[in-house]
Write a protein that binds this ligand. Sequence first.
Ligand code: PGA
Length: 247
Amino acid sequence: MLIAGNWKMNGDPSSMEEFGRMIARAPEATAKGIDLVVCPPFVLIAKCADRATVSKVEVGGQDCHPEPSGAHTGDISAEMLAACGATAVIVGHSERRTDHNETDALVAEKATAAQRGGLMAIVCVGETEAQRDQGEALAVVKRQIENSVPTNLDPARLVIAYEPVWAIGTGRTPSIDDIAQMHAHIRTILEGRFANAPVRILYGGSVKPGNAAEILAVDNVDGALVGGASLKADDFLGIALAAPAKS
Ligand code: PGA
């Protein structure tokens, strides 16, 4: 089970106090076999990674550029993240797909770059509300996986996060049946692409301490990608500790 926190564009040096509380409480989760990753904004990665050396909390980035270095003003590479102590990076988050017009092809390049840089690639997929209303959710997610998750990735360092766009930051979540259906669908697609090697599949979108137990108990849900509730140590750990024991 993996619980990943995405701080998005939130946090400054004063957030280190809250991060310190996460580190202090992390052993409660790791004792239950739950892996924790926190993805702060770029400016805090090195600070968080330095603090996290004493704990089992891993630190990740929220995006990376496909190239290892070069003339790309404002961008950060997977290698740079790794050099600052990150062990993972989120790519293809719907906010980047929307705000920066990121295509599946670009997300595929970023996922490849993530693993080239030695990082675990957390690749996000998910349908919009209009796509779900039109009955296209399963097809949209299949297409996103086919086009943004190259088959030559190492499945052991690959995580897929299913995040319905309409559930992100809205307080709304799909029904448990819909989550189960989508995660089973993603499992089938991944088994076909990675010769049955296990790839973890996270659910993301309005996960809170109050709904985590029910969501994390669903078959093929191997963890959560948490936005808003990852900013507070008590909420983030509350989600992690709500995870049922799964094989
Ligand atoms: P949320 O965000 O938990 O605030 O809905 C999830 C995400 O965007 O990863």
